[in-house]
Design a protein around this ligand. Structure first.
Ligand code: PMP
Length: 409
């Protein structure tokens, strides 16, 4: 695989190594990806990205979710420019706070109220704290392998985490009713809540939609125990159903956590809740220096209204179906067997007999060099900015990746 030793990207990586631990942290580190991946980007527009060496890509990650309308969407940029001209971080929130809370309550089916934060982890952690404050109990049921954020109660790395941080977490298997029931039995009369992602989107594993039986049982257990059903809609929110990702299943949570797509790339998260948890939400103390910034709130209002007005989810589904069909046709043409799982607008492509992801990395590196930014093991994201011509371009690039996989066999 090529390494970009004389590139601007590699020069930035070398400088970063000196002043940033490990050169880069978190989910955006390219350390586990093919060396063909750029670490640094210069510019983005719609669903296109340009790396610091000037290469252009059709983007299938959308900043790992946030850019649901595409970069620089005019409605969002106008709303944020207007609010920026008035004020952003002031001594108290602007009018847009109340407008956004009203919009969330009107849009999210289970919501009687909303509170805002910055990151998804803020929102999931707030939900867990509200569940405990509202019930006076401690145990939280969490699906094994589900991602809920990067703080001690839920971070995937155990470095720096104590057993006490996890003392009241009980695991179950996603979509497995018997294991959920066993976890609830173990919690007994100390059950504060169940937190669950909208669908199973664990890293490097086929995605699975939540089964109706599983979602209903989670609801029944929480209702019977007076505990909180928490939907972690950080990743799927605003891409499956604007009213909440479990609306199509007919199951309503007590608390939901949103972030990522809520403000088209501006930093914002939200917890929505029903009246049962209003008092708990009032009692707990959560805040942050930047949680009241008005610009991101203006962005969220424009984002949600635009998603609704342009029927963005139906568009993303159509583009996702075109991508999925096109990739299946390419796989058949080159005799490659792969699996495409989850909602079409949040695609994941995994290859058969590829435990070490060698084929996935080959495919992605080939597609990347030909101008499409895929990910080998994390679900990808489409946006309202993707048009048929962009998907056609992605499929051209994917053909290069598919040939690389076929040739390696
Ligand atoms: N929950 C889910 C399902 C997520 O996908 C993420 C982010 N990947 C989080 C929580 C945490 O969000 P953030 O990174 O904004 O803290």
């Amino acid at each position: 695989m090529e390494s970009l030793t004389n590139s601007r990207d590699s020069a930035l990586r070398r400088r970063a190594e000196a002043v940033i631990p490990g050169g880069m942290w978190g989910h955006m580190s390219t350390r586990h990806l093919s060396p063909a991946y750029p670490q640094f980007f210069a510019r983005a527009e719609g669903c296109r990205l340009w790396d610091v060496d000037g290469r252009e890509y059709v983007d299938l990650m959308c900043s790992w979710g946030p850019n649901v309308l595409g970069h620089h969407h005019p409605a969002v940029e106008e709303a944020t420019a207007r609010q920026r001209g008035l004020g952003d971080a002031m001594n108290g929130p602007a009018e847009v706070l109340v407008e956004l809370a009203e919009l969330l309550v009107a849009t999210i089916a289970h919501a009687d109220w909303a509170m805002l934060q910055k990151n998804g982890t803020d929102a999931t952690t707030a939900c867990v704290t509200m569940a405990r404050a509202g019930t006076g109990r401690r145990k939280i049921l969490v699906a094994r392998g589900s991602y809920h954020g990067a703080v001690p109660w839920c971070t995937p790395s155990l470095a720096g985490v104590t057993a006490e941080d996890r003392a009241h977490i009980i695991h179950f298997d996603y979509n497995d009713v018997a294991s959920l029931e066993a976890a609830a039995d173990e919690a007994g009369d100390d059950l504060a809540g169940i937190i669950v992602t909208a669908f199973r989107h664990d890293l490097a594993r086929d995605q699975e939609m939540a089964s109706v039986a599983f979602a209903r049982r989670a609801r029944e257990i929480c209702t019977a125990a007076d505990a909180a059903l928490i939907l972690d809609d950080v990743r799927a929110g605003f891409r499956i159903d604007l009213a909440g990702s479990w609306e199509p299943l007919g199951v309503r949570p007590d608390l939901s956590a949103f972030s990522k797509a809520i403000a088209n790339g501006y930093p914002l998260a939200a917890v929505t809740g029903n009246d049962k948890f209003r008092e708990a939400a009032t009692k707990i103390y959560i805040t942050g220096s930047f949680w009241y910034g008005a610009v991101a709130m203006a962005a969220a209002i424009a984002t949600i209204e635009t998603l609704r007005d342009i029927k963005a989810i139906a568009h993303m589904e159509a583009m996702g179906a075109m991508l999925r069909d096109g990739l299946s046709a390419l796989a058949a043409k080159y005799g490659v067997s792969l699996r495409q799982t989850g909602p079409v607008q949040m695609p994941l492509v995994l290859f058969d007999d590829d435990a070490d992801l060698h084929k996935g990395q080959l495919f992605c590196a080939g597609a990347l060099r030909a101008g499409a930014y895929f990910h080998p093991k994390h679900n990808m994201f489409l946006s309202a900015a993707h048009q048929e011509s962009d998907i056609a371009r992605v499929l051209e690039a994917a053909e290069a990746g598919m040939i690389a996989v076929a040739d390696s066999a």
